[in-house]
Design a protein around this ligand. Sequence first.
Ligand code: ADP
Ligand code: ZN
Length: 527
Amino acid sequence: LIAPPAPSLADARATLERVWGHGDFRGRQAEVVTEILAGRDVVAVLPTGGGKSVCYQIPAMLRPGLGLVVSPLIALMTDQVEALKQQGVAAARLDSGVSMDDRSAIWRQARAGELDLLYVSPEGLAQPHLIDRLHDLPLSLIAIDEAHCVSQWGHDFRPDYRTLGRLAELFPGVPRIAVTATADARTRDDIVRSLRLEDAKVVVDSFARPNLQLSAIRKESASRARTDAAVIDLVRQRRGKSGVVYCGSRDGCERVAEALRAAGTNAIAYHAGMEARDRDRRLERFLAEDGAVMVATIAFGMGVDKADVRFVIHADPPGSLEAYWQEIGRAGRDGEPADGITLYGPSDIAWTLKRLEGRPMAEEVKAVQVKKARQLFAMLDGAVCRAQAVRRYFGEEGAERCGVCDLCLDPPAVFDATVPAQKALAAVQRLGERFGKNRVIDHLLGKTKDVQPWETALSTWAIGADTGQHTWRDIVDHLMFEGLLVEDPNEGKPLVRLGDPEAVRAVYRGERAIEVRAAAARAASAP
Ligand code: ADP
Ligand code: ZN
């Protein structure tokens, strides 16, 4: 018997055209498809909307055997499988909602070699009988969707994903492909190691999303009412358009949705505290109704494929640049212009860090998450083109300025605050890390009431009298965003402490320059 010739990229193109109606592969799809067709492993990091699914669907259709797709969410699976069936692709899913009869039919179809794609959840794969059945079948490939879920450093960690590494031994010789839209270098390493993809070709597409107009607005106070009002204004300016407003808590989500409805917007709240059925209904409304605005926690999003989302607003910032990019990335999937706007303030970073503190996880993991949160805030409060900052974070060296973000359109005045930063760090240190932000600033200004001789004797006393109080506030806040200073909650009276010692030393030595945006630049954009 002569083996049939291996399917070629030309065959794959023909399938893309015939089934999906797309003229050609785009971005780095062709590269990924070529690897899989040749039976090699791949880790593919392609942007949201970049067309990750066809990268494994087409090879699964062309290669002999069944393509196994591991997908984290039932809703996601259902959508994909329904869409495939409508296009005439032989696809099925096995999840808890599938009846015994249907299951038998699926396995019959698979044994007859009539099934190209089978979607399963990681929990499903944990069942030995499922593995046994798969062992009896030729597999064309194994695809692991949303592969970043394997990383405990990431924002979507799913412990079940950790067990997927054993697929390497269970199905030797079957090419495996892990796909995701967001993975920084560390997450990529984690995917390679945990999923046993050491020999995989890692294909990372550009993170550029030129149709996204990014901006960040600093909250001038921690007042919820003022943040809500700012969000309502932003949504009003986009009346009739569909969008997503992310809130940090369920309460906040209900409150903002209510306020938006009162302001005449078709706002729908969505969070994990609602029953699954209720959530599905809300999602359907969002997809179907014109100008619907989803006001949601992070429970909303993965796999939501609505092409014409015109804006994503973060009423509260997310936990990392990865989460930021993934959430913002839900806007403008159709390639038309869309806005990504993030509101952030000093109380948000304090809140983010406090929440992390309370999480039951290893210190090591926590430390990475704290660092990731700081990197996000440093970007938000920074002066570097936002798209450029994000792309650099994801390892794209040559990223150029986007030309459309708030910082490109209206470059803020910045001043060199390296020397004031040194003074502030020294003051916190001399004061023994025992005081709050305002008190530290008063000390720098030499304004402390009833000052004691021990304090005036410190070398940092009144060392910053040449700088105004508001400027000091901006500097100290910025040092917190950069993680050089840390607000340590102390029974409701936060104390300012020094941050990462290595970074602090670099500032003392003048090896790390500190740039702070001038107050005037911020005041103009403040809500
Ligand atoms: P994601 O990478 O976010 O999972 P999808 O696989 O859902 O993206 O694809 C997003 C959209 O892009 C889909 O409508 C898909 O049909 C379309 N698409 C995929 N590949 C191409 C292509 N080569 N040319 C044009 N459109 C494509
Ligand atoms: Zn820019």
